[in-house]
Design a protein around this ligand. Structure first.
Ligand SMILES: [Zn+2]
Length: 114
């Protein structure tokens, strides 16, 4: 697998690079991520940089994490919840009825009814 999209090399017309003389390459670290489809992705970042906790898998686009045994999304305990499920989590049915009655009453007042 190619090591990424890092642009290497010299500008046109520059002298051949002699690393010891021209510049010291910055220290690097390789960080490897796995997505839940077992795609492995390695990125190379500066050694003193903090690796991002997630990286988008370049093959399938899912978030990938640094823990091969526990990629993001695989061991998700909670199943997908609908918006309504979240609302029901926050509000009881009684609260919902009260809110609805309140809203209807306000609507009727505005319309000059009741
Ligand atoms: Zn993937």
């Amino acid at each position: 697998m190619p090591s990424g999209n890092v642009i290497r090399g010299a500008r046109v017309g520059s002298a051949p690079i002699r690393p010891d003389e021209r510049h010291q390459p910055a220290p690097r670290q390789d960080v490897t991520y796995w997505c839940r489809n077992d795609h492995r992705t390695s990125i190379r970042i500066a050694a003193d940089a903090v690796a991002p906790p997630l990286w988008d898998c370049p093959r399938c686009g899912l978030p990938a994490g640094p823990d091969e045994q526990n990629p993001p999304g695989r061991t998700r305990a909670e199943p997908y919840k609908s918006h309504l499920a979240y609302v029901k989590e926050r509000r009881t049915a009684e609260e919902g009825e009260a809110l609805l009655a309140e809203a209807l009453a306000a609507l009727r007042r505005r319309r000059g009814e009741g």
